[in-house]
Design a protein around this ligand. Structure first.
Ligand code: NDP
Ligand code: GDR
Length: 372
């Protein structure tokens, strides 16, 4: 039975990857951080009681800022594959916590690679690094492919640049099977609530049910190449099953604006939304409503506004990936379209909003966190 170790297992990708690997028959180990409250919601459904003798899913307390901890876990597990997904992954937050972001994202990757090497596992353990389209930042070529020059535009992206190159370096210097997956944005109902797609689907669903008053967004002109996380974790695994370790771009090859994603999400709730005004004055007005998904809204309501608080000190305006290499060498084609993904996310968040609205109507207190 193959063993995999996933850092960041409690995150969006970690949870889908763990499910995928368990289905493939792996023994899956994950590193979770100690927190003052439960932080395993995304993997609770695959949790196995450690008292069960042949449990195939095991969580270890740890942190990628702690080399001794990583070395101990690696020594204990001796994994065939390591998936390094742990990160302070929010671009806007990285401007506020740049040093911490660098420690986790850049140094965390080095710590893992060096632990694997020092333990003599460099010929056994295959390594996947969660690289990102943010590396392209101020884009030098469109669409972006494996050979497109990088130009990071945030502390997060600059830290990921180090992580990218140190992964390449350990491959070249020590003959490690180490790969970078340069993944473009990928989303799902498990996406963190403060990334733009989930903020939109959750915010609109809450407003439809009368739980929020307005959705405040930043740059709605930003263009992204959005795919589904479930499709993308399969690629992380495939990259580690090849004869030679290589780096791959994973993307859909189509891009849309944040504004377009808002319009689709509203449509999933039966709302026709029209944007009027320019710049910080731009806002989204309800033009028509069909069906029963948005009982709390009426025609003329302003439900989307711009708040400059969400503008970034340096923005990545446009990203569009060219996944030709992954298609050719890994035989991969994304299965879920962005519109299907949007529908799934809205349906998920509407169900949650309906539940909360019902609780509220029954006199129970409901806390709706809307921080960025
Ligand atoms: P999430 O933010 O959902 O998950 C990040 C994970 O990292 C969480 O499990 C988090 O733990 C964990 N983590 C954070 N800091 C530490 C630390 N110091 N030590 C150990 N674990 C830590 O990210 P995604 O699942 O969306 O992304 C996975 C990876 O892929 C990340 O590295 C991200 O940068 C990268 N990426 C993501 C893309 C996307 O569109 N989703 C695109 C390209 C790259 P906790 O749950 O406790 O917070
Ligand atoms: P991104 O994702 O920065 O691309 O990083 P995010 O969803 O945060 O932003 C996408 C674009 O939307 C614009 N935007 C807003 N973003 C947020 N979060 N909140 C808002 O209110 C808002 N309004 C407009 C942003 O300015 C941006 O242009 C994600 C993360 O998962 C990274 O870890 C990963 O590496 C990249 O995707 C690929």
């Amino acid at each position: 039975m193959k063993k995999a170790l996933i850092t960041g297992i409690t995150g969006q990708d970690g949870s889908y990857l763990a499910e995928f690997l368990l289905e493939k028959g792996y023994e899956v180990h994950g590193i979770k951080r100690r927190a003052s409250s439960f932080n395993t919601q995304r993997v609770d459904h695959i949790y196995q009681d450690p008292h069960v003798q042949d449990a195939h899913f095991k969580l270890h307390y740890g942190d990628v800022t702690d080399s001794s901890n990583l070395t101990r876990i690696l020594q204990e597990v001796k994994p065939d594959e390591v998936y390094n997904l742990a990160a302070q992954s929010h671009v806007a937050v990285s401007f506020e916590a740049p040093e911490y972001t660098a420690d986790v994202v850049a140094m965390g990757t080095l710590r893992l690679l060096e632990s694997i090497r020092l333990l003599g596992l460099e010929k056994k353990t295959r390594f996947y690094q969660a690289s990102t389209s943010e590396l392209y930042g101020l884009v030098q070529e469109t669409p972006q492919k494996e050979t497109t020059p990088f130009y990071p535009r945030s502390p997060y992206a600059a830290a990921k640049l180090y992580a990218y190159w140190i992964t390449v370096n350990y491959r070249e210097a020590y003959g490690m099977y180490a790969c970078n997956g340069i993944l473009f944005n990928h989303e799902s109902p498990r996406r963190g609530e403060t990334f733009v797609t989930r903020k939109i689907t959750r915010g609109l669903a809450n407003m439809a049910q009368g739980l929020e008053q307005s959705l405040y967004l930043g740059n709605m002109d930003a263009l992204r190449d959005w795919g589904h996380a479930k499709d993308y974790v399969m690629m992380q695994w495939l990259m580690l099953q090849q004869e030679q370790p290589e780096d791959y771009v994973i993307a859909t090859g189509v891009q849309y604006s944040v504004r377009q994603f808002v319009i689709w999400s509203a449509a999933e709730l039966g709302i026709t939304l029209e944007f009027v005004g320019k710049g910080v004055e731009e806002h989204g007005v309800v033009k028509a409503i069909v069906g029963d998904k948005a009982p709390a809204l009426k025609v003329g309501d302003i439900i989307v506004r711009v708040d400059p608080r969400y503008f970034r000190p340096a923005e990545v305006e446009t990203l569009l990936g060219d996944p030709s290499k992954a298609k050719e060498k890994l035989g991969w084609v994304p299965e879920i379209t962005v519109q299907e993904m949007c529908a799934e996310m809205v349906a998920h968040d509407l169900e949650e909003a309906r539940r909360n609205a019902l609780l509220k109507a029954s006199g129970y207190s409901v806390s709706i966190c809307t921080e960025r």
